[in-house]
Structures are given as C-alpha cells and as structure tokens.
Design a protein around this ligand. Structure first.
Ligand SMILES: [Zn+2]
Length: 426
C-alpha cells in the first residue's frame, strides 16, 4: 500500500477504534483530511470488515449522519499474564475487552516448558468454554515478570525465572497458533492497560509502579510506551538505595530498592517482628499459615498494628524517594501505584505521596497526581491485551496485513525482520 494511503487509513481507523470520532464529519474536523480521502479510506475499512457504518446517528434536521463503529468482534485475542506465583489467561475482542478469563496458582520457576504448556491448555479451555468466540485468532500476547527483549520476544536474564533466559516464547506460540505473538514485561503491560482503559486514560506522561513481590515501573512518555533501547526501561526495583552490604538482592547486587521495600522484603521484616515478639497480629498470622506474606503485613496495618504500619511507611518512604528522582527526571502528570502490596491498606500510598511531594521540585509536582491502580486483579490480562492491540494496529504492523484484511494466520507480521513480511505483501 502506498505510504500516504496507509498513513490516512491508520489515522482514520484510530479515530474510530479509539472512540474519538463517530462520523465522517468528526474525522474531517479532527484530522484535517479531505472528504474524498476520508470516503475512500472508510470504503476500504468497511470492505475489509474492520469498520461498520450505519444510519443510527442523531438527526440534526436533514439527512441523519451515518455512525461509524470499529468491529471489535472481527477477531479475538488470547493473552496470558505470568506472575511469579500465578498464571492469568483471557480471551478478548479486538478492543481488548475481556470476554472470559481464568486464573490459577503456578510457580514461574517451574520453567518455560511446564508453564507455557499449561498456558496452552488454559487457552484451549478458554476457547471451548467462552460462548460466541467471534472471528479468527488475530494475536497472542504474553506478559512475564522479568526483562524482555521486545524485538525478539525473549526474556533476557530474568532474575526470578530460572531456565527462561533467551527462551523463544514468540516462536513457540507462533508455531502453535499460527498468529502474530508479542511478549512484554508485565509492568509495561500494566502501564498500557491503565493508560488505554484505566485511570491513566487521557494522560500523556505516566509512571506506573508495581509493588508486588518485586518492584518495577512502566513509563508512558508522550503517549508512547517507553521501552528503552533494549526493552529494560523502568527496572527501578534495582536502583541502589542503601550501602548496607547485608541487603543482598535476588538480582545479585547489593542495596536494591526491592530488597528493602518489595513484597518479599516486607514479608521478611514482618516475620522477624513476629518471631521477635514485637507484633501479636503478625505472630498470629505467622502461626496460622507457617509463613508470612506482604498481604498479612498490610492486613495487620489496616487493624492498626504499629509494627506493620511502620514497615509500610518505611517502604513507602523508600519507594517515594526513588519516585521523586523519577519525577524530577521525567515530569509525569500521573503516577499509578499497582501490584499486590499497593492494595494492602492506605499507609503505603500515603507515605509514597508524602515523600514524592516533599522531595520533588515544586514545578514537577504542581499538577502531579498519585493514584492507586483502577483495574484490579484483571489488570494484568487487560494490559497484555492492550499491548497486543497496540501492536496489531500500529502503522508498521498494519501495513503488513491490511491487504489481506486480517493478521490471522500471519505470525511473521510480529517479527522485527521486515524482509519476510515485505516479500509477502509485495
Ligand atoms: Zn536488585
């Protein structure tokens, strides 16, 4: 497809797909494209079944305007969000809306064969149990709790994923499903989900920070997910915050933020307090389950346990100090706090807020808002679906499949190496 034709097609499809314009007239006003070009590109989109145009718009006296809508049911997506201790899968439409989902406990350290084999089983189950799965499979997405080389869809030295280094997740799923596959870091996906359909909608510069077992950040910079040169941007959990040689992180370094303020650290400090007889509530939780989690610390804090409150406040101060640096460097208008630990009571959020406002420059915090994540437990799969949708409809990808009307059956369009796709569409 000629460049200008493709440019206009992508702009118009985005207008309709993202709900910004509902009629040809609105598209004209918002994009400045001519009526003839808009008519031609909409004709192509309707012909390819990506857009519908119906006479349902409100009448303004004369002929009622035709209403444009994206056909999100033209195909479906399968997405998986892999956590340190969980697998979440979902089947979604092309707008990233979840049609059905399923979650179960799993240990990521079991390795790629076991975990991805299980994901394949759960995908099959979803396809059979979801009613009205429409269209063909247009794409597969996987979020993992570690660094990903986005270009190749492979994990790179992930600290908590033994056996996964360099594993070709994309190739495996592309062969199994014959559809394009994208793999991303779970926090990047969460940031995208929050930006596309959560609390960060409408913000151009956003920091999403996940405080779970570990700590990581996803950055929306000038309305783009910022992955960085190799895809490791946002790995803020391994910023050094103390010189204390006793604080050894699971990444092998000393003094990392997540080793003092992540969920695992909170659980460890909580257990020490329980054993040392400093907290009855934590002692009781420890006795009940045999181990203590960050959630137990959160629950104890919610009941006013002074030790638990102090642990969350200290973690919040350390995370806040790191974020103040990020705020000075990056100047976001919104920071979203997510991850399991973020949902455990208000102390952590309050302490992060207080520290960020106190330690950042006044200009950077003048319009800065710090909020809790809005997507809840489905945030992971919603984020991965948003990531796949963004890739499918990105200009460089859409150019590889629009002539065929669908990316289904075309796994090569996700590959970074253009030669295959260009040859196919020439
Ligand atoms: Zn570390």
């Amino acid at each position: 497809m000629v460049e200008e034709r493709l440019d206009a097609l992508v702009v118009i499809l985005d207008e309709i797909r993202l709900g910004r314009s509902r009629s040809r007239r609105e598209i004209g006003i918002r994009t400045g494209l001519s009526r003839a070009i808009i008519a031609q590109r909409i004709g192509e989109l309707v012909e390819r079944d990506l857009v519908s145009e119906t006479l349902t718009g409100p009448s303004t006296g004369g002929r009622p305007p035709k209403q444009l809508a994206f056909r999100a049911t033209a195909g479906h997506l399968l997405v998986a969000d892999l956590g340190a201790t969980s697998i979440d899968v979902a089947l979604t439409d092309l707008a990233g809306r979840t049609l059905d989902h399923f979650a179960e406990a799993a240990d990521i350290a079991a390795g790629p064969e076991a975990i991805l084999g299980r994901v394949e089983q759960l995908f099959s189950r979803l396809v059979t149990t979801t009613s009205n799965v429409e269209g063909r499979l247009w794409g597969v997405g996987v979020g993992i709790p570690g660094p990903v080389e986005f270009r190749t869809g492979r994990p790179i030295s992930p600290p908590i994923m033994p056996g996964w280094d360099g594993y070709p997740i994309r190739s495996r799923f592309a062969a199994a499903y014959h559809a394009p596959v994208w793999v991303d870091n779970d926090v990047n996906a969460l940031a995208l989900g929050e930006w596309r359909s959560g609390i960060a909608e409408g913000h151009d510069n956003v920091v999403f920070i996940k405080v779970g077992t570990g700590i990581g950040a996803g950055l929306i910079s000038d309305r783009q997910l910022h992955r960085g040169a190799q895809g490791s941007a946002g790995d803020v959990g391994h910023i050094q915050v103390t010189d204390d040689k006793r604080v050894v992180c699971r990444c092998g370094n000393v003094g990392c933020l997540e080793a003092v303020a992540g969920g695992e650290a909170l659980a460890r400090f909580g257990a020490a307090a329980a054993r040392g007889g400093r907290s009855e509530l934590l002692r009781a939780a420890l006795d009940r389950a045999g181990t203590l989690t960050a959630e137990d610390v959160g629950r104890a804090a919610a009941f006013g346990d002074p030790v638990a409150v102090e642990l969350l406040q200290t973690a919040g101060q350390q995370i806040g100090a790191m974020l103040a640096g990020v705020v000075n460097l990056f100047n976001p208008s919104l920071i979203v706090i997510g991850g399991g630990v973020a949902y455990s009571g208000d102390q952590l959020l309050a302490s992060i807020r207080e520290t960020v406002y106190r330690r950042s420059l006044p200009l950077a915090t003048r319009d800065l808002s710090i909020q809790r994540s809005s997507l809840g437990e489905l945030g992971g799969v919603i984020g991965v679906a948003a990531m796949v949708v963004d890739q499918l409809f990105a200009r460089e990808t859409i150019g590889r499949w629009i002539e065929f009307g669908t990316p289904a059956g075309k796994p090569e369009i996700a590959e970074d190496d253009l030669t295959v796709a260009v040859a196919a569409s020439a």
